[in-house]
Design a protein around this ligand. Structure first.
Ligand code: PMP
Length: 431
């Protein structure tokens, strides 16, 4: 049952009713249902810069950022123009398009571990395909992932899988055969001993470790110093393939993603979100010898009717071309300032929270102390977050509708927006 928001108007309410009739939960992706914060789904129909407008014309300061792609803010004119220009040439033409080459080369230049790559239409497909490739290359079946990390909704990766799942309190998903889930080994993040023990127990049987190098799907959890290095050494020593899932962190925590930020060279990388400039996208790539196993060069099948879509490629190129390294530095310092102000605001309201941030990703955890893994994160007070969310929304600030989703800031967020967020939070923390 939906709970009307205070601000719901006639048009939004009517659309919501029609959507609820059509779509499970009224949505086409579960987190949009706003259930974990006790609100009705918003219907948003326009975005510009740091703001979005709902179907009743109400403007909201947006911290969802399309769940990651919108690092330039919404409707960046250069991206819009690139998409428009590409559209005039038709849409997907069913053959390789020059823009695929252009975007692929830009990604490779930014992430040298990606010697060759392939575009897909979603991050889910890319992660699923990278795992298939790792299994084929290694001749092994087991895959290690970390609790709370989300790598899309393919069967084997939908085990202890982060925000949407955590928020809905579903352990994995119905419909995933236990035989498939049994091939996934789930470990705590930031626990080098657990990793060492798992590799001792399953020596020579682990095809790959897939990791969000900064966990962003149970809220933001940075890697502890040395953890990613340990992961790199352990996988290399065992002959397992290290897959960095940089769907969120790629071009987000810095121009070269988490792999550049932390100085680790993974064997394979999974990308999505920002590289598509807001249009549907995914990509996986890495060592040339591994990518040589992908069809038609090799025996690992993977395909996509709309993969490398020219509109997506155009949006991705226009986006990456605007990501000068110094802009990341400026944005990170802005977000650092926001973190400080949120901490102060919470203290002023007598509210115990921990704020984490890496680059322009930020989480306010309603718990004492920053969590180092999913088990700790999941002790956060979701009801308190829900009240905070509602109080912020009432003040025109749209946070992610879950304690376990990162806030995505963008280059369109400036001092004025930081002030507005901090001022609203000072009141909302009391809620
Ligand atoms: N990996 C990570 C780290 C993600 O955060 C997501 C989606 N949020 C995915 C994979 C799946 O991407 P998509 O939703 O495009 O399938």
């Amino acid at each position: 049952m939906s709970v009307p928001t205070r601000t719901a108007g006639d048009r939004q309410e009517a659309l919501r009713a029609r959507a609820e009739d059509l779509f499970p939960g009224g949505v086409n992706s579960p987190v949009r249902a706003f259930r974990s914060v006790g609100r009705a789904p918003l219907i948003l129909e326009r975005g510009e810069g740091a703001y979005v407008w709902d179907a009743d014309g109400r403007r909201l300061l947006d911290l969802i950022g399309s769940w990651g792609p919108a690092i330039l803010g919404h409707g960046d004119p250069a991206v819009v123009e690139a998409v428009r220009a590409s559209a005039l040439n038709g849409f997907a033409l069913g053959a390789t398009h020059p823009l695929e080459v252009e975007l692929g080369e830009r990604i490779r230049a930014a992430m040298p571990s990606i010697e060759r790559l392939r575009f897909t239409s979603s991050g889910t497909e890319a992660a699923m395909s990278a795992v298939r490739l790792a299994r084929a290359a290694s001749g092994r079946d087991l895959v290690v992932k970390f609790a709370g990390a989300y790598h899309g909704h393919s069967d084997g990766l939908l085990v202890e899988a982060g925000s949407g799942v955590a928020t809905l309190a579903i352990p994995g998903s119905a419909g995933v055969p236990t035989e498939v889930a049994a091939l996934t080994v789930v470990l705590p993040f930031n626990d080098p001993t657990a990793l060492t023990l798992a590799f001792a127990e399953h020596a020579g049987r682990i095809a790959a470790v897939i990791v969000e190098p900064v966990v962003a799907n149970v809220g933001v959890i940075p890697p502890e110093p040395g953890f990613l290095e340990h992961l790199r050494e352990t996988t290399r020593a065992d002959g397992a393939i290290l897959i960095f899932d940089e769907v969120i962190t790629g071009f987000r925590v810095g121009p070269g993603g988490a792999q550049a930020r932390y100085g680790i060279r993974p064997d394979l990388t999974v990308l999505g979100k920002i590289i598509g400039g807001g249009l549907p996208v995914g990509a996986y790539g890495g060592r040339a010898d591994l990518m040589g196993l992908i069809a038609p060069d090799g025996p690992v099948y993977q395909a996509g009717t709309l993969s490398g879509h020219p509109l997506t490629m155009a949006a991705g190129i226009a986006t990456l071309d605007r990501l000068a390294p110094e802009r990341y530095v400026a944005l990170e310092s802005l977000v650092g300032g926001l973190e400080e102000r949120l901490v102060d605001a919470a203290a002023g309201a007598g509210r115990e929270v921990a704020v984490t941030h890496v680059g322009s990703l930020l989480t306010v955890f309603f718990r004492r102390g920053a969590p180092i893994d999913a088990a700790e994160a999941l002790t956060a007070d979701r009801a308190a977050y829900g009240r905070f969310f509602g109080a912020m929304l009432d003040r025109g600030i749209l946070l992610p509708p879950s304690q376990f989703e990162a806030w995505f800031l963008s280059f369109a967020h400036r001092e004025a927006e930081i002030d507005a967020i901090a001022d609203a939070a000072a009141v909302a923390f009391v809620a």
